[in-house]
Design a binder for this molecule. Structure first.
Ligand code: TLP
Length: 345
């Protein structure tokens, strides 16, 4: 990647090794269940997370939608955070396509939903009410700063959900960042969850795709929902092959991104005109203070002229989210800090 692109970890290009395995991937028709590379990726992802089965889907958005369509019939309800990606950034797909009602609870600063509030939101048996079917968590929780949720908290939510006959789904787009933060196995970070989607295409660097894991019966139904949504891919082994590198190799290096993000955060905190807002896992949030000598637009333009891409965070013109990923080495972090000192100096 020539540009230093800090806008998201979705921008990562596949590595040279990924491109090579794409060229030689064994393929078959995955709608017939005959793509050996897809089958291997699904099985190995499921095993890594201690679940019976996996499903290769086109995106994180599709994985979440499929999971909730599978857990929750039309007219039922899902309890989720008011700052969850599923609620804010997926076009209301669960309602538009699934007839599922979102019951939102405030996402707290530590990324959690309060257990008490979850319990209070679960509907009783009453003809007037929709039936609550699912609780959905996001780990790491992006909108509050890439905050990781602990395995203990996830287990508590799973226990609460199960005590009430509900399922727990996790939007684990960045689940390996959470596991790296706590230094626990992938299986542990999704303690008790009935389903979980994670993305191969963000910090793990694959060109496309996500995986949904769960038990065998759930994944069999989810496979039907994927077809319904037009997500039955054919010779998808060319995408699954880099996915295997993402799963086994890239997932083990994310602590480096966290170290680089922390270095960026501590450098930013020293720059006049910058107010550091938060740093968790591979995310850094900051804003330009009134002391900054440039407008937000000029700041973005001058950084771009120095080969660095930033974009203001949704709806807040002077606030920025920086996402560190494998193309942003420690040397590039130093370049970013030097450029910021020049632009804001
Ligand atoms: N997040 C993107 C944007 O859509 C905001 C980003 O740049 O962070 N869950 C979470 C927690 C996500 O952050 C995202 C993407 C998704 C799901 C959706 O994944 P894709 O883009 O594969 O549909």
């Amino acid at each position: 990647m020539e540009m230093i692109d800090l806008r998201s970890d979705t921008v990562t290009w596949p590595t040279a090794e990924m491109r090579e395995v794409m060229a030689s991937a064994e393929v078959g028709d995955d709608v017939y269940g005959e793509d050996p590379t897809v089958n291997r990726l699904e099985a190995e992802a499921a095993e890594m997370f201690g679940r019976e089965a996996g499903l290769f889907v086109t995106s994180g958005t599709q994985g979440n939608l499929i999971a909730l369509l599978t857990h929750a019939p039309r007219g039922s309800e899902v309890i989720l955070g008011d700052k969850a990606h599923i609620f804010l950034y997926e076009q209301g797909g669960i309602s538009a396509l699934g007839g599922i009602m979102p019951h939102t609870l405030p996402v707290q600063a530590d990324g959690t939903l309060s257990l008490k509030q979850i319990e209070g939101a679960i509907r009783g048996d009453n003809n007037h009410f929709p039936r609550t079917k699912v609780v959905a968590l996001e780990n790491t929780q992006g909108t509050v700063g890439g905050v990781p949720l602990s395995p203990e908290y996830v287990q508590d939510v799973a226990d609460l959900a199960h005590d009430h006959g509900l399922k727990l789904h996790i939007d684990g787009a960045r689940i390996f960042n959470a596991a790296a933060h706590f230094g626990v196995a992938p299986e542990t970070i999704i303690n008790g969850a009935d389903s979980m989607t994670f993305c191969l295409s963000k910090g793990l660097g694959a060109p496309a795709g996500s995986i949904l894991v769960g038990d065998r019966a759930f994944i069999a139904e989810a496979r039907r929902a994927r077809k319904l949504l037009g997500g039955g891919m054919r010779q998808a082994g060319v995408l699954a092959a880099p996915g295997l590198i993402a799963l086994h190799k890239m997932s083990t290096r994310l602590h480096e991104d966290h170290v680089n993000a922390a270095a960026l955060a501590s450098g930013l905190a020293q720059i006049p005109g910058v107010r550091l807002l938060s740093n968790h896992t591979n995310f850094v949030f900051f804003e330009l203070s009134d002391a900054a000598p440039v407008s937000a637009e000029d700041f973005v333009a001058q950084m771009k002229a120095r080969n660095i891409l930033l974009s203001p965070y949704h709806g807040a013109p002077r606030k920025f989210r920086v996402v560190i990923h494998h193309w942003i080495s420690a040397a590039r972090v130093a370049e970013v800090l030097a450029a910021m000192r020049m632009v804001l100096g």
